[in-house]
Design a protein around this ligand. Sequence first.
Ligand SMILES: NC(=O)c1ccc[n+]([C@@H]2O[C@H](COP(=O)([O-])OP(=O)(O)OC[C@H]3O[C@@H](n4cnc5c(N)ncnc54)[C@H](O)[C@@H]3O)[C@@H](O)[C@H]2O)c1
Length: 324
Amino acid sequence: MSYDKPIHRIAIVGTGVIGASWAAQYLARGFDVVATDPAPNAEENLRKYVDEAWEELTAIGLSTGASRDRLSFNANMKEALSNADLVQENAPERPEFKIKLFADMDEATPVDSIIASSSSGITPSVMQTNCKHPERVLVGHPFNPPHIIPLVEVVGGSKTSPEAIQQAIAFYASIGKKPIHLKKELPGHVANRFQAALYREMLYLIEQGVLSVEDTDAAVCYGPGLRWGVMGQSLQWHLGGGAGGIKHFMDHLMDPLQGMMKALGTPDITPELKQTVMDGVMREASGRSVDQLAQDENRVLIGLLKLRGLDAEASASATESGPA
Ligand SMILES: NC(=O)c1ccc[n+]([C@@H]2O[C@H](COP(=O)([O-])OP(=O)(O)OC[C@H]3O[C@@H](n4cnc5c(N)ncnc54)[C@H](O)[C@@H]3O)[C@@H](O)[C@H]2O)c1
C-alpha cells in the first residue's frame, strides 16, 4: 500500500486536552476537521477550546482557508472516520482500551489513510495488535499544547510500513511541525524521557535539601532552559567548546561531564517529597490559576517562535502545500 494520497480531511478521536488542541491546530492550517468523542458536552467544550485558542493561532499565523467553520462534530466514530485522510487519536491512555479502539478505528478508516496516535507512553506495536491494516498505524506524539509546540515524535510499530512513516513525517513537516523519527519504540518515546531524566535530578536536589522548589525551577528556566529554547544540547556543547568547538569539548570537557553523570542521584519519591514540591509550586504560582499560567506561557512561547521564524515557516509551508 502506498501512502501518498493528499491529506485534506482530518479526524480527531478524543477531544480532551490534546485532541482539542490538535483540532485547533489543523483548523488553523486550513483543513476540514471532524471530531468525535463520546463524552457529554464534548462538542461544546471543543468549540470553546478552539475559540479560545484561535487568538493564539492568529498570532502564530493562519494558513489560507483556515476557518473554525470547517470543524464538524460527529459522536458516531464510524461515521466520523469514514472519509478521513488522517486520523489523530487522543483517547485515554490505557493499553487495553487503545487496542480495542485501534481495532475499531481500523475498521472505520479508509485503508490507505494514516492512523496516528498521540499516545505519550503506549507503543504502536501494542496499539496495532488487533488491526487488520496495522501498516498505517503509528504514533505522532505531540508536546502539549500541540497547537503551539512544534515537536511531533513519529514512531512506527513492528507492523507499520516505512511508507506510512514517511508520509506522516512529510505531512507534519508540511504544516510547520517539527517531526522527528524514532527508529525504535521506547516507553515514553524520547522527549518525556528527557523530562524524566532532568526531573529525577531536580527532585534529588530538592530531597537532599540542596535547593528549594523555586530555585530548582529558576535554575532551569533562567539558565539552560533559555538556551534549550534556541538550540539542542549537543549543538550547545559546540559553543561550549569555544573556538575549538565540539572537538575541543569532546577532548577536554566530556570526561568531567561523564564524572558528573556518575554522581547524579535518584530520589526516593515519598509522600513528604511530593508535598514539598506541591507547596513550592503553589508558592510559585502565587494565586495564578492553571489557565492563567498556561496563557502566560503560551504568549511567551509564541514570541519565541516568532523570534525563531518558526511561525512564519508554519504558515508559509502550510499555505504552499496546504489543503485549502
Ligand atoms: N495531556 C498531555 O500533556 C499529553 C501530551 C501528549 C500526549 N498525550 C496523550 O494524548 C492522549 C489523550 O490525553 P489527554 O491528556 O488529552 O486526555 P483527556 O482525558 O483530556 O482526553 C481524553 C478524551 O478521550 C475521550 N474518550 C474516551 N473514550 C473515547 C472513545 N472511545 N473514543 C473517543 N474518545 C474517547 C474522553 O471523553 C476525553 O475527552 C493520551 O494518549 C495521552 O498519552 C497527552
